[in-house]
Design a protein around this ligand. Structure first.
Ligand SMILES: [Zn+2]
Length: 423
């Protein structure tokens, strides 16, 4: 019997066994199979990361990404029962998404569960039989409103149509929250490395958090403890998956300082707002707008590293200038970027997108994997010069010099100019 140590539950005083998941349970023959890429969801099987019955688990990790740690605090402090099961009544998707052809292509989608929003419906019988199966995607509807859009209305760049954009500036959207679900053989293939190497580094770099990564090769799906993404769709979602539907799209990586607080050292929020404007325009023309918002703060280096880099840039001898932009990041983080856009196109395939008519991005790091994954890009939309804040000129010049999509590549003299504010 694995690890059946008795632990006294602090709150209720009830002994609760610690069940180690590092080795198969005796009943592991009963664990439902998970065949990634199967077209029929019943054949594919549910992703089961249940904590209640380790013998039934066919995935490593747990739902809710990094928020699983808050769940642990809620259980530890006696506010949540460890065996709580969600009641999924009325939680079904507010809009139908898919299925699309890419859902059954094990190479096209490796970092999310294409059936994640439909799990309570597809596996209703298993759930009724007591299996703890949870959705990893939720689809709802909302109105959004941003000052930039109100300004676009005032300046006549956008006109209300009463459907997508209302006269008060409200925009009707479908928003989709997606948790990461990694099919490890597919992730390894995407990076051109072996699955064993990948598992070992995932194990070691999380401080040994998930022993199954190295002890359970039979478990090939991993719910990593990281942030996921939110998709905002503008226009009629029934247009998804149709060849005729024109698509405007911005893939945006989180930048809390700019996105939420309007910090002026980068172009993140202005570019996001420009992308949303393009999405509304496309929806009004009968197409669809797609904003993908990835939780990859500070190029996935995290905000602490990001702010350290800001200080290093602004304090360095010679001031904040484009020629030193990437080097200052590398000095602190060891790399320039950890966003790994190799996984990013998955969500586009999940949405049934095969062509992007207007890609609101200048980044080659985003453009290349989209094209390589088989999605055609018709036009790339740069950020209008007027939207670039003064202190963000350093970043923009550095990126243009490093291969950003532009017809005005700055020369060495330009890159050497101090353009950023001092601390
Ligand atoms: Zn930013």
């Amino acid at each position: 019997m694995n690890g059946l140590n008795r632990l006294r539950d602090g709150k209720a005083g009830v002994p609760r066994p610690i069940i180690l998941t590092s080795h198969p349970q005796r009943r592991s023959a009963t664990k439902p199979s998970l065949r990634w890429g199967e077209a029929d969801p019943q054949q594919r099987g549910p992703v089961i990361a249940t904590l209640a019955d380790p013998a039934l688990r066919n995935a490593i990790g747990t739902h809710a990404g990094s928020y699983a740690l808050y769940r642990a605090l809620a259980v530890a402090s006696g506010q949540l029962r460890a065996d709580h099961r969600p009641d999924f009544r009325d939680t079904r998707p507010a809009a139908g998404i898919g299925p699309f052809a890419a859902w059954s292509d094990a190479s096209k989608i490796v970092s999310l569960d294409p059936w994640g929003h439909l799990a309570p419906e597809i596996f209703a019988t298993d759930i009724a039989a007591g299996h703890d199966i949870r959705p990893s995607i939720a689809v709802t509807r909302a109105h959004i409103n941003m000052p930039e859009l109100a300004q676009a209305l005032r300046e006549g760049r956008l006109l209300p149509d009463g459907e997508v954009l209302l006269p008060n500036g409200d925009v009707r959207v479908t928003k989709i929250a997606i948790e990461p679900v990694w099919y490890l053989p597919g992730i390894a293939a995407r990076f051109g490395i072996g699955e064993t190497e990948l598992r070992r580094d995932l194990f070691e770099q999380t401080g040994g958090m998930f022993p199954e990564l190295v002890t359970r090769p039979d478990l090939r799906v991993f719910l990593p403890p990281i942030g996921g993404m939110t998709v905002y769709l503008f226009g009629d979602t029934d247009r998804l998956g149709s060849e005729e539907t024109q698509i405007a799209c911005r893939i945006h990586d989180e930048c809390n300082g700019s996105d939420v607080f309007g910090s002026d050292i980068c172009t993140c929020r202005p570019y996001l707002a420009h992308g949303i404007e393009a999405c509304i325009g496309m929806a009004q023309e009968g197409g669809l707008g797609v904003i993908v918002y990835n939780r990859k703060e500070g190029r996935a280096l995290g905000e602490v590293t990001k702010f350290l880099v800001y200080n290093a840039r602004k304090r360095q001898v010679g001031g904040d200038r484009a020629e030193q932009y990437f080097q200052r990041t590398e000095c602190v983080a060891g790399v320039q970027d950890m966003r790994f856009q190799e996984l990013m196109p998955d969500v586009l395939h999940w949405l049934g997108i095969r062509r992007i008519d207007r890609l609101v991005s200048m980044s080659n790091m985003k453009f290349a994997p989209i094209i390589d994954s088989g999605i055609q890009v018709v036009a790339r939309v740069p950020i209008p010069d007027a939207l670039i804040p003064a202190d963000a000129r350093v970043e923009m010049d550095a990126k243009k010099a490093a291969g950003y999509f532009t017809d005005a590549v700055p020369d060495a003299a330009e890159l050497a100019l101090i353009k950023g504010r001092a601390l």
